[in-house]
Design a binder for this molecule. Structure first.
Ligand SMILES: C[S@@+](CC[C@H](N)C(=O)[O-])C[C@H]1O[C@@H](n2cnc3c(N)ncnc32)[C@H](O)[C@@H]1O
Length: 533
């Protein structure tokens, strides 16, 4: 096969690759994109000397054990157009309104800290423009006691590798105003093709990471004051857009700002965000996140010296490996909880009707409703359909009844089905559900005492995660494991969740304890081997 020969992508192959890129990156390619896939993937076929797209598809499914080639396929199919100071009015608004507001907040709280996320940053022009705007407004941040960090992420490892270098061709900077070019770039002779290097103080503000939006867990342990997610949702369908926007709302501080692309909208989620005009939004007050009394803010993951591009050998052929492509979920007590806890706010303080559930109960609603519960070793799963804004939560005590005849929602297997059915009865769609998982604490200290085997809490967590994985319901947040109890508030109409740790069971209010004791007695009649708190 010569390098220039064209291999035709048949209709059938086109639909296979459309499904694959949707599954891998949420990218929804319309019918008219057959030629685009054909031309963008043909270089991957050439790399393996393949003569048809179906051979490449089989290679991806049968031989790509470490997922390296899938990354290259995703890289080939993403569209990475970007510019410095793209949609200038967003940066003007940062300087005129958002930065002054954050300065005011810092005066009130004494905390001079700002976190910004350039989500889908492509080759780096967007996060570096943000960094330049920060430096121009705040001055050299470390000199003035400010702690400002920008997380820049993308699914495409090639663009991340480019971004991390911070060098650009002359035609990439033609629209950058002269004084900014002088202030924030240096000329370099290292690469004649890319003579403009972003200055070190600009680069130092930015941390690059590969983050695929559709992964159920993001490796982020902070809340953001500002999220830029521009010109990427246009590649997603409505379900994926709504999931993403809901997850961003969980990742923003109260009154945090979201900036989206000029042809994107938050139409179906206007409850969560308040429009500030021109594709700029602020997290709405009174729907949960904006009412958080307190939020935890850990630092961004430390900047790595490693290039963002995954390591590969000299050969184009992916190395064979026995490592599975995706790590499977497994329960590791406190470590699981510790890694996820900061992603969940502490208290909703929302003025909506509340409904408290106890073990064995399920509650779903399409109207504003705060479903609350107390969990020790039990697990509660919140499910939410972002399109129709219907959600609910269950509370179960054991994965299943070993005698096999129980149909009570005390057992996870029934509690999950019941909740899904309730949501569907109200108009939700099982295929659109997203999940948040809570509880499963080792409140009896089984781990600490060294007792072998999984604790009840760990069994419950394992069950919930496996059930959701089997049903392809993405887990978008979790606060699980550890050794404490938890009070959960789940907003059925927004899908937001709030967790308050209950360090000692005896700190739970007496009324709740009585309910729990009552249900424990009822459950004990069904199953003698029950451990509750
Ligand atoms: C058109 S660029 C937008 C760049 C920049 N935000 C801007 O507005 O100039 C879209 C970017 O979204 C990234 N992208 C596509 N699917 C993604 C996913 N599932 N997760 C994260 N990034 C994704 C692509 O790799 C690409 O770099």
């Amino acid at each position: 096969m010569s390098d220039n020969s064209t291999i035709t992508l048949t209709e059938k192959e086109f639909s296979l690759f459309r499904e694959l890129i949707y599954k891998e990156a949420g990218i929804s390619l319309g019918q008219g994109k057959q030629q685009l896939i054909e031309s963008r993937l043909s270089k991957r076929l050439r790399a393996f000397n393949l003569t048809s797209f179906i051979q490449y598809y089989k290679y991806l499914n049968e031989n790509d054990r470490n997922g390296e080639e899938r990354l290259k396929m995703i890289n080939a199919l993403t569209t990475n157009k970007t510019d410095f100071f793209r949609e200038q009015h967003h940066f003007d608004y940062l300087r005129s309104s958002v930065f002054p507001m954050l300065e005011k907040r810092a005066k009130e709280t004494g905390e001079r800290k700002i976190r910004i996320w350039s989500a889908a940053c492509s080759t780096g022009e967007e996060p570096y423009t943000l960094a330049m705007s920060v430096l121009d407004h705040f001055g050299p941040t470390s000199f003035h006691g400010w702690d400002i960090r920008i997380l820049a992420s993308d699914v495409d490892t090639d663009v991340l590798a480019h971004a991390q270098k911070g060098v650009y061709a002359a035609d990439r900077v033609t629209d950058v105003p002269k004084e900014i070019l002088k202030r924030h770039f240096v000329k370099t002779s290292k690469d004649p093709e890319a003579p403009f290097q972003v200055r070190p103080e600009v680069q130092e503000l930015v941390t690059f990471r590969r983050i695929n939006f559709i992964e159920p867990q993001w490796p982020i342990n902070t809340y953001f004051d500002i999220i830029f997610c521009r010109n990427v949702m246009i590649y997603f369908d409505e379900v994926t857009q709504d999931r993403l926007l809901t997850r961003f709302s969980d990742q923003l501080v109260p009154c945090g700002h979201l900036f989206i692309g000029h042809s994107e909208s938050i139409l179906r989620l206007d409850q969560l965000y308040t429009s500030l005009g021109s594709t700029m939004y602020r997290l709405s007050g009174g729907v949960g996140a904006a009412s958080r009394k307190k939020y935890e803010d850990a630092t961004l993951p430390p900047a790595s010296d490693e290039p963002a591009q995954p390591r590969s050998g000299n050969s184009e052929k992916p190395a064979q490996s026995s490592t599975p492509r995706r790590a499977t979920s497994h329960v590791r007590g406190t470590e699981v909880a510790a890694s996820m806890q900061p992603q969940i706010a502490l208290d909703s303080d929302v003025r909506v009707p509340a409904h408290s559930i106890i073990v064995g109960e399920v509650k779903a609603s399409r109207n504003p409703l705060k479903v609350t519960t107390l969990l020790g070793s039990c697990v509660g799963v919140g499910l939410y359909d972002p399109k129709v804004r219907i959600g609910g939560m269950n509370h179960f005590m054991l994965p299943n009844n070993s005698s096999g005849d129980g149909t009570s929602a005390t057992y996870g297997i029934h509690a999950m089905e019941l909740l899904i059915n309730e949501i569907m009865k109200l108009g939700g769609d099982r295929r659109r559900l997203i999940a948040k998982v809570f509880g499963g604490g080792d409140v009896l200290g089984k781990r600490a005492s060294g007792t072998p085997g999984l604790s009840i809490g760990e069994q419950n967590i394992q069950f919930a995660l496996q059930f959701l994985e089997t049903d392809s319901i993405p887990v978008v947040a979790k606060d699980i494991g550890g050794t404490t109890g938890r009070q959960i508030q789940f907003l059925a109409h927004t899908g937001q969740a709030f967790v308050r740790p209950v360090p000692r069971v005896d700190e739970m209010c007496e009324e709740d304890m009585q309910k729990i004791r009552r249900s424990a007695r009822a459950a004990a009649a069904e199953e003698t081997c029950v451990v509750l708190f």
